[in-house]
Design a binder for this molecule. Sequence first.
Ligand code: GAP
Length: 447
Amino acid sequence: MSKLDDIVSLSKRRGFIFPGSDVYGGFAGTWDFGPLGVLLKKKIMDSWWTFFVENREDMYGIDAAILMNPKTWEASGHTATFADPLVECKECKSRFRADKIADGINESVSTEEFLSLHVKCPVCGKENWGPIRKFNMMFSTHVGAVLPDDDSELMEKNVAYLRPETAQGIFVNYKNVVDTFYPSLPFGLAQQGKAFRNEISPRDFILRDRECSQMEIEYFVHPNDWEDNFEKMRALFHEFLEKEMGLKTEAIHELEVPAEDRAHYSKRTIDFMFDYPNGTEELMGLAYRTDFDLSNIARESGKSMEYRDKITGESFVPHVIEPSIGVERLFLAVLSNAYVEDEINGEKRVVLKLPENLAPYRFCVSPLLKNKPELVEKAQEVYKILRAKYGNVTWDDSGNIGKRYRKQDEIGTPKCVVIDFDTLEDGTVTVRDRDTTEQIRVKPEEL
Ligand code: GAP
């Protein structure tokens, strides 16, 4: 089993992540977060929000609708260009994203270039390809009372898309925020929420999904100041990933994306790559989106997106620095960074060395023996005190103490608190450390 298989297995076994619609055999590209996954995901998202929004005076939050006026996607260029190169094997009819089954090509690969590489079909092994076709990744639906047998014109008129990026929900609210909050430049609008992409080949567990969550900031700056702000954001994200998420510095690599690989809206992009168990992949992107989006919105809506500087009186359309990170990719980075197999006194164990601020539970409280009412009563007392103080505290009286430690190690609980017979004598409890397995005795009020 690869390390990724081990992580997938642990995620299911311990209730972090289940396949979407598992009971019906799954649904490709979708995943459901279980009770522990929800806790970890929420902590990751809350850390991001605290770091980039609450702790700053230049950031404002947004929570926009997923369904947006289709003009949004015309203006943003997604209707025309948000497409991947699809290639079909004429033998077995399997369909693939061309740039994912051949080395050295990118999303703009032509049919001739692809054919010249003599790629074999990953399913049937033959080499008989159709032409490369552009496949738009937006999920479409129809809004309002539209029936499947309505004429195509009516269907077309009522088409809507599930947003493929949260960013546009921010851009369409730029003017609303400027008109209601009068922020000084530079300022940012931040949003967390679902995004949908009809990926041709969802893969690598939660790395490439059809439904994911993004955390995005559109940081509006004076056009002359974009480079300075780009550098500041770049440094901030390293700090966030390393200090708040606990990711190892040496596992994060920057990739300066060449012009031909950049999204249509970007003049400069740095991808932050992470060493995942199955290889180095994009964790997040930092893009200089210029005035591309605001100017397109101004054109499409007929409304001015100009910003008037309060001091100089200068009017201009702000430029934008956009850091964009997928929650699932960050979740997988955190999980794989924390996943360790080690040996304690000759016994193998799996341990999630999650940073304390992200661990689903801060403490696990147990009575040494479940069938001793005096221990259970005292343990309940300690449990209630710690729960009232910290919230994320769990109770475990199943199996023997060794099994409980193994389970808490696997879900990343930093400390196990055990109430034993000495507790009844001197009021101290045993506190066992997840990473070192060392045990000390302290009074519960010292925790
Ligand atoms: N607004 C800019 C934007 O959406 P992107 O590079 O397409 O840019 C940004 O996506 C981030 O969203 C990626 O770096 C990744 O973390 C996450 N992401 C994108 N597509 C994803 C998918 N199919 N599954 C999981 N995460 C995805």
